[in-house]
Design a protein around this ligand. Structure first.
Ligand code: NAD
Length: 485
């Protein structure tokens, strides 16, 4: 299904794999080798138009299809993802630079879980009824909103792609999806699985290409009433500026600069080992990574010494090797951006405790984009390094003395996606969780997700919530029917 030989990716429109109308292609680079390994369609508004026409034609039948049958098809897709787990993990790793082991244990299983979760969820989705005394009955009917746009980023390619399209399809919408141009391969393989699973033509359409061309055309299209977007905050602002005057429904899942707060009364080993994951998993390219660590002063020296030691022991290398813990960052431009932030941290007075440099991995990855996991101390909480999203294997570490102080630090950014707390003091955990401005607070864990819970960010980390009923509701339109008794 997938090998590392050259591939030509195609759009998936009206049930068929097709070239872009203009027959133009973009290079797709393997970040671990720095070499082109496939080509993707450089689509534009013409391709989006064809996709919208197909999705519009497919909508009446798909939205009216018995829920059991829709659910069955989505379950079948989930089964096919499981069947092709290894090939999909290899594709995800080659596209993004992440260790293949991580893709096989997290990304791809979660992609099939997303399909399965919403396929089951739609069978239990209910609408409400309200009795207004003896005078009236109100009931809410929720119907699929129509043709929707789903735009996803490069950091967890198939995981986030399916997180968006699964609830949309389950709810009965037809979809125009755009994966990131930097990681198109798994979505392409996914389109083949949809064909094999018998998804009716036009129900899902995948248009590959650049954000300002394909993404913008989706957001601007007058026949698309809802947009679900995950990506950077700057892009989110642009999408909101286009979509808001068109009164589109919007779900925006954006950037983060998440605090990881460690109190002296924590379970030291658990806090330490999980903080290694929450700082450097996927090269720190997870929106939920804890990039700002705050450690209570009485524990600070002990924690930092051990944290640095374990970080230095992480194996940086070829993502395809079993022992690799830190793979390549996603692109050369992204590598340069991360390195420029490390320079900025030095200018701002930071001390690099470990890492800080580009790494050359010998052999086939010699031209790849690798950066050492980096820990920076000695910065003020309000400097740029501590306020702006870096999105790489870089964390800052800062001591604190009181809850009030660390809350000030934690809540000081424009972002509010996630926060992690380490303490064995239950009252403190509740007190802090209530005051942290973030969409999710993890206490003594990280990245533990129950797909039924609302997911999303506060402040500039986003608008709206995904997950569970929230996602299914997003893709439906509510109508109240009031019957006078
Ligand atoms: P990005 O904003 O550059 O791109 C995301 C997607 O939007 C891509 O498919 C891109 O092609 C498209 N796009 C770009 N310009 C567009 C436009 N004008 N109109 C429509 N679409 C457009 O983000 P990225 O670099 O791919 O992803 C990294 C960012 O995503 C980070 O900021 C990260 O925090 C964030 N992220 C957030 C979450 C979350 O759940 N909140 C999850 C993962 C990633």
């Amino acid at each position: 299904m997938f090998s590392s030989t050259m591939h030509t990716i195609q759009n998936y429109i009206n049930g068929a794999l097709v070239e872009a109308v203009d027959k133009k292609y973009l290079d797709n680079i393997d970040p671990a080798t720095g070499k082109i390994y496939s080509y993707l369609p450089d689509s534009d508004a013409q391709d989006v138009q064809l996709a919208v026409e197909a999705a519009t034609a497919a909508f009446p039948e798909w939205s009216a299809m018995k829920v059991e049958k829709r659910s069955f098809i989505l379950m079948r897709i989930a089964d096919l993802i499981d069947r092709d787990l290894e090939a999909l993990a290899l594709a995800e790793s080659t596209d993004q630079g992440k260790p293949v082991k991580l893709a096989a244990s997290v990304d791809i299983p979660r992609a099939s879980a997303n399909m399965r979760f919403f396929a089951m969820g739609i069978e239990h989705f209910a609408s409400e009824a309200h009795l207004t005394g003896h005078e009236a009955i109100n009931y809410t009917s929720r119907t699929p909103i129509g043709v929707v746009g789903c735009i996803s980023p490069w950091n967890l390619p198939l995981y986030l792609f399916t997180w968006k399209i699964a609830p949309a399809l389950a709810a009965g919408c037809t979809v125009i999806a755009k994966p990131s141009e930097l990681t198109p391969m798994t979505a392409f393989l996914f389109s083949k699985l949809c064909m094999e699973a018998g998804l009716p033509k036009g129900v899902l359409n995948i248009v590959h290409g650049l954000g300002p061309k394909v993404g913008q055309a989706i957001v601007e299209h007058t026949n698309i009433p809802a947009i679900s977007f995950t990506g950077g905050t700057v892009t989110g602002k642009r999408i909101a500026a286009t979509a808001a005057p068109m009164f589109k429904k919007l779900s925006l899942e954006l950037g983060g600069k998440n605090p990881n707060i460690i109190f002296a009364d924590c379970d030291f080993e658990q806090a330490l080992s999980t903080s290694i994951h929450s700082s450097f998993s996927n090269q720190g390219e997870i929106c939920l990574c804890g990039s700002r660590m705050f450690v209570e002063r009485s524990l600070y020296d002990r924690f930092v010494a051990e944290f640095v030691k374990r970080t230095q022991a992480l194996t940086i290398g070829d993502p395809l090797e079993e022992k690799t813990r830190i793979g390549a960052v996603n692109s050369e431009a992204h590598m340069r951006k991360i390195l420029s932030y490390i320079d900025l941290a030095k200018q701002e007075g930071g001390t690099i405790l470990c890492g800080g440099k580009q790494v050359t991995v010998p052999g086939r990855c010699a031209e790849g984009y690798f950066i050492e996991p980096t820990i920076i101390a000695g910065l003020s909480y309000d400097c740029r390094t501590n306020q702006e999203e870096i999105f790489g294997p870089v964390v800052t570490i800062t001591p604190f003395d009181t809850e009030e102080e660390v809350l000030l630090y934690a809540n000081s950014t424009l972002y509010g996606l996630s926060a992690t707390l380490w303490t064995e003091n239950l009252k403190r955990a509740h007190r802090m969780a209530a005051q942290l401005k973030s969409g999710i607070v993890w206490v003594n864990c990280w990245l533990f997700r129950d797909l039924r819970t609302p997911f999303g960010g506060m402040k500039q980390s986003g608008v709206g919530r995904e997950g569970g009923w929230e996602a299914l509701r997003f893709f439906t339109e509510a109508k109240n029917v009031c019957i006078k008794l």
